[in-house]
Every structure is written in structure tokens, then in C-alpha cells.
Ligand binder design. Structure first.
Ligand SMILES: NC(=O)c1ccc[n+]([C@@H]2O[C@H](COP(=O)([O-])OP(=O)(O)OC[C@H]3O[C@@H](n4cnc5c(N)ncnc54)[C@H](OP(=O)(O)O)[C@@H]3O)[C@@H](O)[C@H]2O)c1
Length: 318
């Protein structure tokens, strides 16, 4: 089987989680690795393979690298994705794709100009459970109500992690909110109107209550990085309902129409994203049919609109 070499830019928490699944595939392997802190980068290569470089350009710029996976903090997504694109490398870029719409447009245009594939690593929507939910929703009649929540305390307010740092693109919306917002978008499209109320701490949003207004119903979204909220998507129609526990990493959908049915899929979560992205790149595609560039741009526009209402401004917006 033809091998597919990845360059990993960043070896933080999510890079370790995805690498564990990626190396289970016969086709995928890690060719090269860059991380700002050398020791962490070298330890990563010992666990998952690849050669460590202390220069991101050298790590990306090899014929053996078929695509670059970027998992740096949100503020660096644009800068490093652009470096990869300028080297004519295909890119899988962690969520949130960028800080704002302006940066997203910049990357899409650069990728088109350089003829490379670029995609947001919104792994939920590479997975069959989410795709099945979209199909099952057609069986519950006219939608009457939807609720999606996602929240857990990520770090105490006194500790300063990336989520609490405005300069790192912190905040609940960009980090956790992108999942329920994408879920509502995939199921119902762009809302006609959005109402927002948020808790703000040192310039970043720590909790958000969003009402997405659609024709005939509202979707209520709750997000928090300080409180535990049950992670569930619930959609009620006039002929039934759908419940997706742990919707962002779901293995099952509970579907009640005439009878209750449970759809289950126990395949790898992140692994499927990498396999499907590789399939798309190998077949010559320049964008994903699972997570399209239009969808990423729409989501960034929605998040910009929400941030405008709550007054969260990043340096990249100025
Ligand atoms: N798909 C998912 O399920 C998922 C889950 C979590 C996070 N994410 C996304 O993935 C990204 C990383 O999240 P994480 O939780 O893995 O964060 P993390 O553990 O804090 O890792 C952050 C990474 O960014 C690097 N970095 C930070 N500042 C830098 C700088 N100034 N220059 C160069 N490198 C720098 C860090 O390097 P050092 O080691 O040198 O500090 C590290 O490699 C975020 O965009 C996040 O939204 C996705």
C-alpha cells in the first residue's frame, strides 16, 4: 500500500491524542515533527515516529510530506497554515480554523492560488455517527425545538492556560462553541437571527447562551469553560426526536419516531478523519466534501457575529 507521510506542527495535547489513532493505520505515518519546545517534540517522535526539526519550514519541506497537520494555539493557525501553503503542502488545520473570517478568507485564497488541499480538522463531521444524524433528522417531521450544550471546567481562573489567554485566541466560543455551532449549522443551516448573552472574564467569554432563530423553531446552545453542562444534542420534531449524547465525539444516535432505534458506530474517531482526508488528497481533491471550505467560512462568520454582540475582540480583528 502507498504510504502517506504527515508533518506534525505542534506536539501538544491534541497532537498526542490524534497520533495514537493515526499510527494504527497501515497507510499513515508521521514523517516529520516541529514543536517550539524541542524536548516535547523529540519525546513525541520517540512515541509516534518521525524526525524532529527545530524549524517548521524544514519539517514541512520534504517530498515525503504529503500533508501538514497543524495543532498550534488558535492565534498561530493562520501564520503556520500560510507557511505550509506557500510550500505547496496540503493542510489539515485544527479547529477553530482561524481567529476570524478575514483570516479564513486569506487561507482559502492562498490555498486556491497554490493548488493545495486545505481543511478544518472538524473531526466530528468526518464520522459516520454525525453523518447518520443528518439523515435521521429527516424522519422526525417539522423541527419544533433543538438544544445543544457543551461545557466543562477546563482550568481554574487562577491558572493561565491557552483558553484563558486573549492573545492565544482563548475563550469558550472559539474552543468549545465551534462544535455545537457547527452541529446546529450542519443540521439546520445558517440561522436567520442570533441572540447572545455571555459571561466575560478579562476580555474572553467563559460561558455563552446562544439562541439561533430558524423558521418555526429556535435552537438553544449553551457553552461553558467554567461549568459542567451535559454534552448532548436534542432535536424534537412533530413526528419524533433525536438525541445524541456526547455529540461532538458520538458513537451513538437515539432516534425515536414510530419506535425507538439506536444507531451505533464504534470506529476510530480521529483516525477516520485522517483516513478520509488522505483519500481525498490522494484522489486529487482540493477541498473536503465532509467539511467544506464554505462551511468553515460560514461558521467563522457566525462566530464573528457572536463576538461582535458580546464584545470579544482579538488582536487579529484590529
Ligand atoms: N480536534 C480536537 O478535538 C481538539 C481538541 C483540543 C484542541 N484542539 C485544537 O488544537 C489546538 C491545540 O490545542 P491543544 O489542546 O493541543 O493545546 P496545547 O496542548 O496547549 O498545545 C499547544 C501547541 O502550540 C504550541 N505553541 C504555543 N505557543 C506557541 C508559539 N508562540 N510558537 C510556536 N508554538 C507555540 C505549543 O508548543 P510548546 O510545546 O512549545 O508550548 C504546543 O505545541 C487548538 O487550536 C485547539 O483548539 C482540537
Amino acid at each position: 500500500m502507498e504510504k502517506f507521510g504527515w508533518c506534525f506542527i505542534g506536539t501538544g495535547s491534541i497532537a498526542n491524542t490524534v497520533a495514537k489513532e493515526l499510527i494504527k493505520s497501515d497507510r499513515s505515518y508521521i514523517e516529520s515533527v516541529y514543536n517550539r519546545t524541542e524536548e516535547k517534540g523529540i519525546n513525541f517522535t520517540k512515541k509516534y515516529g518521525g524526525k524532529y526539526y527545530n524549524d517548521p519550514i524544514k519539517a514541512m519541506d520534504s517530498d515525503k510530506v504529503s500533508a501538514v497537520y497543524i495543532s498550534l494555539t488558535n492565534d498561530l493557525h493562520f501564520e503556520y497554515a500560510l507557511k505550509a501553503i506557500n510550500l505547496k503542502k496540503n493542510v489539515l488545520l485544527e479547529k477553530p480554523f482561524t481567529i476570524n473570517e478575514k483570516e479564513t478568507i486569506g487561507l482559502i485564497e492562498a490555498a486556491k492560488k497554490n493548488g493545495v488541499y486545505i481543511c478544518e480538522a472538524m473531526w466530528t463531521w468526518f464520522n459516520d455517527t454525525a453523518i447518520k444524524t443528518k439523515e435521521l433528522i429527516k424522519e422526525i417531521g417539522d423541527i419544533k425545538q433543538a438544544k445543544i450544550s457543551f461545557g466543562f471546567p477546563i482550568k481554574s481562573l487562577s491558572k493561565k492556560g491557552r483558553l484563558w489567554d486573549i492573545e492565544k485566541g482563548g475563550g469558550a466560543l472559539l474552543d468549545l462553541g465551534v462544535y455545537p455551532i457547527r452541529y446546529a449549522y450542519e443540521l439546520f443551516g445558517i440561522p436567520k437571527n442570533i441572540k447572545v448573552s455571555s459571561k466575560i472574564y478579562k476580555g474572553i467569554d467563559t460561558s455563552d447562551s446562544l439562541i439561533f432563530e430558524y423558521d418555526g423553531f429556535n435552537c438553544e446552545i449553551k457553552i461553558s469553560i467554567t461549568s459542567i453542562l451535559s454534552e448532548v444534542a436534542l432535536v424534537k420534531g412533530d413526528k419524533g426526536e433525536i438525541k445524541v449524547p456526547w455529540f461532538h465525539c458520538a458513537h451513538k444516535v437515539i432516534h425515536k419516531a414510530n419506535e425507538t432505534k439506536v444507531y451505533k458506530d464504534n470506529s476510530l474517531l480521529y483516525g477516520k478523519q485522517f483516513t478520509r482526508v488522505e483519500d481525498e488528497i490522494l484522489s486529487g481533491k482540493k477541498e473536503s466534501s465532509y467539511v467544506s471550505l464554505k462551511s468553515t467560512l460560514d461558521i467563522m462568520r457566525i462566530m464573528d457575529e457572536i463576538r461582535k454582540q458580546i464584545g470579544v475582540i482579538y488582536i487579529q480583528d484590529k
